[in-house]
Design a binder for this molecule. Structure first.
Ligand code: NOJ
Length: 538
């Protein structure tokens, strides 16, 4: 078994995790290194770090201007090497986030494309078309036209380039062989430095026919078919990863579904993709059951490792999605932690999820930073609400986000402001407060992660559905004699629990004698003699 096949990944959004050396508003690499003991105590196995490469930061790192350099706001290559070495000392792997579908418009490749003019080899590396109007009506996924016109070297209005996202993120032309050659060099550069794998941004967005005008969105232009060059490119990355003597984790962000998805997750291509249907199933037993079954079926079909994710830097935080009532959303998110960490395969925890952070929905409009806000003509507030810098200490300035390595007495440390404002109620969720409380969200995650390590059934066991009503999720994980039943009540009434020893539960109030209250979940070691029916019909 490869190390990543049952690892628990923790996603770091470096702008918002923690700062050590800097006071300019964003987190940095040393801020992660300083807090590795926190992550190690939490019990995770691997980090996925969102892009830290040199970038103008228009899309906060997903607009890369040099794939082999670290952006100075995050530190230096040395800081990254140090982070990797320190993580490895604690048995934690490090996966970087590479963005192959588009670059920043400040990347040297794009600057060459502009300078060398229409018809040049440099321009052929991006997706340029002629016209007096945008060549097609396709909309960018951040809003507005997916085309922007350049001014040619002689000052005339020039060609148009295609961008699936912001205008500062021109899409590369993956039909051009030199693009693949360059990326192979980039992947090798990081693998040679000891990185343990890659998360591949919009991995299915590589090839598209941008001349088509019969679709409305960039997503509809994507070519998923088995003969698509995207598959060829991903397979070449896989071959490169397999040429290293250690196991390299690859996880792709793929939006395709059904048979098209199956073409990506294959033994010779991507061994893991994010499970977006699971994330979008919300607090709904039937949809969750369906997405779990679909992922397990895909595993059977292709041998890939299922992933489980409810939160990320692109989605409102799950407690806020599960209910508009804050208490109920919090209860449900705690219950979902028992699902996330008990399914076969690889769970991803997004920074702050372990703290139970709700989304911040009231950032003042003038402080919003996501390019989606501007591009949507101020109709979509974008993703800032789930990216607010983490609260480490309830009573420190900026909740302890800044300057682990800056003198506490430094006046600037006291007045430094995070890049997005933290609401006053973040104090209740601070790490310092949660470490003191055995019933905190953080304590729950740490307990569940420790149990997951202890129980081979939870990590590697089979999954069998147990009899239950529609609004209850009930399944058993078993490996030899290690058996754990997972029962989640998504209904609005109590349901009876089967006999057995409760090894973990999502709520922190008193036990309701043999019953599972709504919006809660348990892990049970079933009583040896009577394990069926596990959940009585109500
Ligand atoms: C997906 C990333 O998760 C998102 O944050 C980013 O804006 C787009 N890809 C564009 O790179």
């Amino acid at each position: 078994m490869k190390w990543w096949q049952d690892a628990v990944f923790y996603q770091i959004y470096p702008r918002s995790f923690g700062a050590a050396k800097t006071l300019d508003g964003t987190g940095d690499l040393t801020g992660i290194t300083c807090r590795l003991d926190y992550l190690s105590d939490l019990g995770i196995d691997a980090l996925w770090i969102c892009p830290v490469f040199q970038s103008p930061q228009v899309d906060h790192g997903y607009d890369v201007s040099d794939y082999r350099a670290i952006d100075p706001i995050f530190g230096s290559l040395r800081d990254l090497d140090d982070l990797v070495a320190q993580a490895h000392l604690r048995g934690i792997k490090v996966v970087l986030d590479v963005v192959p579908s588009h670059t920043s418009n400040q990347h040297e490749w794009f600057e060459n494309a502009i300078n060398h003019g229409p018809g040049s080899a440099a321009r052929h590396r991006y997706l340029f078309l002629d016209g007096t109007e945008p060549p097609t009506d396709v909309q960018s996924s951040f809003g507005g036209s997916a085309w922007t016109r350049v001014t040619e070297a002689d000052g005339s209005a020039g060609q148009w380039y295609f961008h699936m996202h912001d205008a500062h993120q021109p899409d590369l032309n993956w039909a051009e062989p030199s693009v693949l050659e360059d990326f192979e060099g980039i992947y090798a550069f990081w693998l040679d430095r000891g990185i343990d794998g890659f998360r591949i941004d919009v991995a299915d967005h590589l090839t598209k026919d941008v001349s088509r005008n019969d679709v409305a969105t960039g997503k509809e232009l994507l070519e998923h078919g088995s003969k698509s060059r995207t598959h060829e490119v991903l397979r070449s990355l896989r071959t490169l990863a397999d040429s290293y003597p250690r196991d390299i984790a690859l996880v792709g962000e793929v939006g395709a579904e059904g048979p098209e998805l199956e073409l990506y997750v294959r033994p010779d291509e991507l061994p893991m993709v994010f499970n977006f249907p699971f994330m979008h199933a919300g607090w709904n037993a039937e949809r969750l059951r369906q997405t779990i079954n679909d992922a397990l079926r895909l595993r059977e079909l292709t041998g890939v490792t299922p992933t489980w994710v409810t939160d990320s830097h692109d989605e409102p935080r799950s407690p806020s999605r599960y209910s508009s009532d804050r208490r109920r959303g919090a209860r449900r998110a705690r219950a979902m932690a028992l699902v996330l960490l008990s399914l076969p395969g690889v769970p991803f925890i997004y920074q702050g999820q372990e703290l139970g952070l709700p989304n911040v929905d009231d950032i003042p409009e003038e402080l919003l930073q996501d390019p989606i806000w501007e591009r949507s003509g101020h109709t979509n507030r974008g993703r800032d609400g789930c990216r607010v810098p983490l609260p480490w200490s309830g009573n420190a300035p900026a909740f302890g986000f800044f300057g682990a390595q800056v003198r506490p007495s430094s006046p600037r440390r006291r007045t430094a402001k995070p890049w997005l404002p933290q609401p006053p109620w973040f104090a209740d969720y601070a790490v310092s407060a949660q470490l003191e409380n055995d019933d905190s969200n953080l304590a729950l995650f740490a307990r569940l992660l420790a149990l997951r390590r202890e129980h081979v059934g939870l990590r590697r066991g089979t999954l069998t559905w147990l009899e239950s009503t529609n609004e209850v999720l009930a399944f058993e994980r078993q490996c030899d004699s290690d058996v754990i039943s997972v029962i989640v009540n998504l209904s609005d009434h109590d349901v009876p629990l089967p006999p057995g020893e409760i090894v973990a539960r999502s709520w922190s109030g008193p036990d309701a004698d043999g019953k599972l209250a709504p919006d809660s979940a348990v892990w049970i070691r079933p009583a040896a003699l009577d394990r069926s029916p596990a959940v009585a019909k109500t």
